[in-house]
Design a binder for this molecule. Structure first.
Ligand SMILES: C[S@@+](CC[C@H](N)C(=O)[O-])C[C@H]1O[C@@H](n2cnc3c(N)ncnc32)[C@H](O)[C@@H]1O
Length: 660
């Protein structure tokens, strides 16, 4: 694992907020549990990775002097600024100057929208601080950050180029970011292949080699029996033991035929490994197993490890208000250390450290950027909205994606930003105002009421409610609070929503006719299974390329289930591979439904009623059973309606049970 970890992207280093006096830096640590154990309580303590943070902090931290004790951003001396900027972009070329910012590549030369000064002057600062409710798109910037994916070199020979690598200038920034991305992608691929081979090699017990003790070459490790494992469960704080067994079991499972003990099966090692993963990383047994099975053994450990480390803090330039190069300049002037995220986005910036709270700069308050996870850009990039379209964002609060859609449409056309949770639409509305989106209509319906409430959209984004297994590094409660029932209910809701989303797309759209489905979860039942269901239930849709340049292919086979082969066009993103939150993106093209050869009006009416939605008369589905409101679904729809009415204070009489 050590070698593998070395060859892949560096683990994200924590975000550093530079102290106001610019002389010392405060480093916040994100933690890898396994790397440091707090001897006082025997539990792993969080530790800063020496590589990266310190280097970054030293390389790029602001050295300017503040001239007063004000609020930290107004009075940084110009000389301080220059040296700070030079430190950030120094390529040892004395000619380097702030003018080089002009070379900061940005395709978006959109005219700026009017700053909504009136709104800003009326809204209290606190109302614009949306971080608390915006768990997905508004990461807590003070605590979390990381260095960008950076392939580490293992040889001395490489150390010279390492120092070259550190000299980032505005001129070479984009190219360097691109090179790093490409290298990281290559490394990730090589690693995935290595893991695949290790996994394939494992399990062939014919080729078993054992040592004299008949224990294989397991380094003297003796696998506990099932009884011993049960007994371990009650023992609190055996973190060291769990950590050691995880390493041993993973190593043995990676080459089971050679290293496994003769009298123990592969499944016994897996059972032990799962028990230890659950206790060491703090997951319930169910979720630990569910996530474990997504990957080959060694990669699964990397995934669990990555969930212990914060993802990079990233911001999205709001092109309705500014350009990326101008925003970068403004933030650099305030002592923010940043870089473009990667070549796949021309609006994203990654923040390494800052002398000011990144969620409270004047630029933030003026709507020049959104604090937004990089993964959250992906579905909008896939959606590709264009000016003057009619777009539905079906589950949109707090609006990270809505406001991006609005910007790509250059404040033209209309974006209906819907969310069933009224309370959450407040932060959505605040973001819409702050970012100056004038083409957004906020509404609050259950997504399953579309297209009854309105339809005919050129594009629909369904960023579905999900279990959040992709964002465990942000919300560790997911580790313990998700049960099989949650996954069953969520998957069901997602299936209902996706059919409604499909039916809301105008298949005759001149410019679009697309649906993007996304989740911040990595489980198959919330992703591929939902997409496969939609393909089966709506023969008038097909999967198309997402247009995203990276990401792993969606599963077409998973633990005995086979999905439509086109599901490989969907994309999975992982924290340990892509250094971003776990995410899933699928893009559909919606076609016209095939006309029924000869149909009576009566039959059409029946079908419209059966589907419970306003299917245009005369349009016909090829498959009789295309609606989701089967008997099974009705139960859930009914329950949801009752909940909805109850939430409005309306008493609902329970339905009389049909007599059997
Ligand atoms: C993943 S979050 C959306 C994040 C949002 N797209 C963004 O980028 O800021 C899922 C949202 O779905 C909403 N939601 C849950 N059930 C819903 C339903 N039945 N219809 C519409 N929205 C729903 C939740 O309130 C939540 O805000």
């Amino acid at each position: 694992m050590g070698r593998r970890a070395k060859n892949k992207q560096g683990p994200p280093a924590p975000y550093v907020e530079v102290k106001q006096d610019f002389e010392t830096t405060t480093r916040r640590s994100g933690g890898k549990r396994k790397q440091n154990v707090d001897s006082a309580n025997g539990r792993p303590a969080k530790k800063v990775k020496p590589d990266g943070v310190v280097k970054n902090a030293g390389k790029k931290s602001g050295k300017g002097k503040k001239t007063d004790d004000g609020d930290g951003w107004e009075d940084v001396e110009d000389s301080g600024l220059k040296s700070q900027t030079r430190a950030l972009f120094d390529n040892s070329d004395d000619e380097e100057s702030l003018e080089d910012l002009a070379e900061f590549d940005d395709d978006d030369d959109d005219e700026l929208g009017e700053a909504d000064d009136e709104f800003l002057s009326k809204v209290p600062k606190s109302a614009l601080d949306l971080e608390s409710s915006d768990s997905e798109d508004e990461p807590e910037p003070k605590k979390k950050n990381a260095k960008p994916p950076k392939p580490s070199s293992s040889s001395d020979e490489d150390s010279a180029s390492d120092s070259d690598e550190e000299r980032v200038t505005l001129a070479n920034m984009e190219a360097k970011a691109r090179a790093l991305d490409e290298q990281a992608a290559l490394d990730a691929e090589a690693e995935a292949e290595e893991l695949r081979q290790a996994a394939e090699g494992a399990g062939d017990e014919d080729d078993f080699e054992m040592d004299e003790a008949g224990e294989g070459d397991g380094d003297g490790f003796v696998l506990p029996t099932a009884e011993e494992r049960e007994a371990q469960k009650g023992v609190a704080g055996d973190i060291h033991g769990a950590q050691r067994r995880i390493q041993q079991c993973a190593r043995i499972l990676g080459n089971f035929k050679k290293l496994g003990a003769r009298d123990r099966s592969r499944s016994e090692y897996i059972a032990q490994l799962l028990a230890d993963i659950a206790s060491y990383y703090g997951y319930n047994d169910y979720l630990a197993e569910k996530l474990f099975h997504l990957f080959p053994v060694l990669e699964a450990i990397e995934f669990f490890e990555a969930n212990e480390v914060p993802r990079p803090v990233t911001i999205r330039t709001n092109t309705l208000r500014t350009r990326r190069k101008d925003l970068a300049q403004a933030l650099i002037n305030r002592g923010v250390n940043l870089e473009p995220i990667g070549k796949w986005t021309n609006v994203g910036l990654q923040v390494f450290e800052s002398s000011v709270p990144i969620g409270a700069t004047p630029e933030y308050l003026a709507g020049h950027y959104m604090l937004q996870a990089a993964s959250s850009f992906l579905p909008v990039v896939a959606l590709q909205p264009v000016p003057n379209e009619r777009v539905l964002d079906m589950a949109s609060a707090p609006g990270g994606k809505t406001t991006y859609i609005s910007a790509l449409m250059q404040n033209t056309g209309v974006v209906f930003a819907n969310d069933s949770n009224k309370a959450r639409t407040k932060s959505l509305t605040a973001n819409v105002h702050r970012l100056g989106c004038k083409n957004v209509v906020v509404c609050s319906y259950d997504g399953r009421e579309f297209p009854k409430v309105m339809g005919g959209f050129d594009r629909v984004l369904l960023d579905a409610p999900c279990s959040g297994t992709g964002v465990i590094s942000k919300d560790a409660s997911v580790k313990v609070n998700k049960t099989p029932r949650d996954f069953m209910l969520l998957s069901h809701l997602q299936k209902q929503l996706i059919l409604c989303a499909i039916d809301s797309v105008n298949p005759d759209s001149k410019t679009g006719g697309y649906l993007v489905y996304s989740t911040c979860s990595v489980t198959v039942e919330e992703n591929e299974a939902v997409v496969d269901y939609a393909l089966r239930k709506r023969p008038n849709v097909k999967l198309v390329e997402t247009g995203l340049e990276f990401g792993r292919e969606g599963f077409t086979k998973y633990r005995g289930k086979t999905f439509n082969s086109k599901v490989s066009l969907t994309r999975r993103f992982y924290p340990h591979v892509h250094n971003m939150d776990g995410f899933y993106v699928a893009k559909f093209k919606v076609e016209r439904v095939a006309k029924k050869p000869a149909s009576s009006d009566d039959e059409d009416d029946k079908k419209t009623k059966k589907n419970g939605k306003s299917t245009p008369k005369g349009d016909e589905y090829e498959d009789e059973d295309v609606g989701f409101n089967s008997e099974e679904d009705e139960k859930y729809i009914e329950a949801s309606k009752i909940r909805h009415l109850k939430s409005k204070g309306i008493r609902v009489k329970p339905k009389a049970k049909p007599s059997s």
